[in-house]
Ligand binder design. Structure first.
Ligand code: SAM
Length: 356
């Protein structure tokens, strides 16, 4: 029996799981329609563009899923200079983006002072909203960056299941990783908080994924990114032994487009006012229609890449990443065409959550 359309009103965990497991085209139609309507009513038809610059691929973590994990020996490491990053910020402003997202591996070489000065300079020169996504950092650093003008911080909690989290995201020696706690603290510091998960990570069950969506609702997260897990051959989860990590076949979530779109749609229903990107990972598994389908199933954000091409190819968290060889200008034109082709319009301004 497919789940009843009325169950989409305020779905509990069991209902979310039932919708996640549903794969019949006709049965899914009410989910798609409702997610698109809720998106239209709560965040409108504008699609906001965030310029993404990948400022460093150094990383001290050993995440089992990530192609730039610290011990991946065949990665050429880079860290952009402040001047190079500022040039990307100017380019993002010139292209009409309202936000600059600075992302990196977890890199202590990006010191508190370097990032604070950089945030101040980007704000002063461009007036763009600034999102940081630099991994797990201490409260002193996070406060200093907020004081320097950072608006948002993006930190995916990856999975809400403690055992799976410990397995795929090992602690650093002498520390305990707790991303949910960091998200709560950053909210108290005044950041808009962004988070999210990968869909289909080996060991992720339907029940765990339904629990992730409940956590999005419970934490009332401002921006939620979900994309398919894409195996990197440089990692334990992407190499020959990936099956050792998988849940039993009837419980393991597939890392496919349809499941990702269901997660986007259900996330829109439980977090009607959140900003939801149509992710690069979705565009990677479906280069022809992935971006558009994400936007049609609940998303309202895209993140075109403004990283200089010579660095972009080195920020290879998974192979075959969409848009990897495009210039920022070409990427913008392509995004605009895709947005207009589905009857949506380009957003202007920072496009924040706008809590009242
Ligand atoms: N170091 C920061 C952090 O950990 O939050 C930001 C960079 S990290 C590479 C950004 C995100 O990429 C992660 O939160 C993870 O969800 C995603 N990611 C990493 N490896 C991936 C893979 N193999 N497939 C899909 N997404 C992946």
């Amino acid at each position: 029996m497919p789940p009843a359309p009325e169950s989409l009103e305020r779905p509990d965990r069991a209902t979310i799981e039932a919708w996640l497991r549903e794969s019949d085209d006709a049965a899914l139609e009410p989910l798609w329609q409702r997610a698109d309507r809720v998106r239209h009513l709560h965040v409108g038809d504008a699609v906001h563009l965030r310029g993404l610059v990948e400022i460093s691929n150094h990383c001290v973590r050993q995440c089992l899923y990530c192609g730039i994990r610290g011990c991946a020996a065949d990665v050429t490491r880079y860290r952009m200079s402040a001047g190079e990053i500022l040039a990307c910020a100017r380019e993002a402003a010139r292209l009409g983006y309202g936000t600059l997202v600075m992302q990196s591996g977890e890199d202590p070489g990006l010191t508190e002072a370097f990032v604070a000065d950089l945030v101040g300079a980007v704000k002063a020169e461009t007036g763009l909203a600034v999102t940081l996504s630099l991994g797990e950092r201490c409260d002193g650093e996070l406060r200093a960056w907020k004081a320097a003008g950072a608006d948002r911080y993006l930190l995916r909690f990856e999975t809400s299941d403690p055992a799976l989290y410990r397995r795929i995201h090992p602690n650093l020696p002498g520390t305990v990783s707790d991303r949910l706690a960091q998200l709560r603290r950053m909210r108290d510091m005044g950041y808009e908080i962004g988070s999210g998960v990968m869909v289909g990570i080996p060991g992720q069950t339907w029940d765990i994924l339904a629990g992730d969506i409940e956590v999005f609702r419970d934490l009332d997260i401002d921006m939620i990114g979900v994309g398919p897990f894409l195996p990197s051959p440089r990692t334990p989860l992407g190499g020959g032994h990936a099956d050792d990590y998988a849940a039993p076949p009837d419980e393991q979530v597939p890392n496919d487009e349809l499941t990702t779109l269901k997660v986007v749609a259900l996330t829109r229903l439980v977090c009607p006012c959140a900003n939801l990107p149509s992710t690069t990972a979705l565009a990677t598994i479906d280069p022809a229609r992935g971006r558009e389908l994400g936007l049609m199933r609940g998303a309202n954000i895209v993140m075109p890449n403004v990283t200089p091409p010579q660095y972009r190819v080195l920020y290879e968290i998974y192979p075959g990443k969409a848009c990897i060889h495009e210039t920022a200008q070409v990427c913008r034109g392509c995004m605009e065409r895709r947005i207009l082709s589905i009857g949506r319009r380009l957003g202007t301004g920072p496009g924040g959550r706008g809590r009242v």
